[in-house]
Design a protein around this ligand. Structure first.
Ligand code: GNR
Ligand code: NI
Length: 176
């Protein structure tokens, strides 16, 4: 297992639409394990493959709190089958947009189908933080970020800040 570097805004990789997984084999399970290790190290509660530069429709989630038993979930080719009319608001963050948080309104509950790490078809009815996290991660598979759900004014501010940070860190950039 290994920890992979995270892709950070404004890297255009984050805007790629990920491709369906064709085969759930040991290579794919290795990628899922690397994603879990990278997520735990960050730390975060979810991670989409594109956040480590792999444009495949695969995401991992673990909502267990500190001190609890880990509860890793692997979702392959997830699809939202149904979304509730009821909405809920969560303060979201993203490992690809470090240290920025904003409230996002989304359907409060979703029903998803996906393949598990054994390639078996599964369905899950999710609510609360699991529903929010699944929607946040499935957005990543479609090149969508949580800042796409906030006001344009706030989004432009965040993107400008991260563009400046990336420029200041660019190789060849001198101090002063
Ligand atoms: O670690 C994460 N926390 C979080 C909090 C509220 C809503 C969504 C998330 S997902 C995020 C990790 C991440 O960037 N996943 O793509
Ligand atoms: Ni994210």
């Amino acid at each position: 297992m290994s920890i992979k570097p995270l892709i950070i805004l404004p890297d255009p990789i984050l805007r790629q639409v990920s491709k369906p997984v064709e085969r759930v084999d040991s290579d794919l399970r290795k990628l899922a394990d690397d994603m879990l290790e990278t997520m735990y190290d960050a730390p975060g509660i979810g991670l989409a493959a594109i956040q480590i530069g792999e444009p495949r429709r695969l995401l991992v989630i673990d909502l267990a709190k500190e001190g609890e038993e880990p509860a890793p979930h692997v979702f392959i080719n997830p699809e939202i089958l149904e979304s509730s009319d009821q909405r809920s608001v969560y303060e979201e963050g993203c490992l690809s947009i470090p240290d920025y948080y904003a409230e996002v309104e989304r359907p409060a509950a979703v029903r998803v189908k996906y393949l598990d790490r054994d390639g078996k078809l599964q369905e899950m009815q999710a609510e609360g933080l699991m529903a929010t996290c699944l929607q946040h991660e499935i957005d990543h598979l479609n090149g969508v970020l949580f800042i796409d759900h906030i006001s344009k004014l706030k989004r432009d501010m965040v993107v400008r800040k991260f563009k400046k940070l990336a420029k200041d860190k660019a190789p060849g950039k001198m101090v002063g």
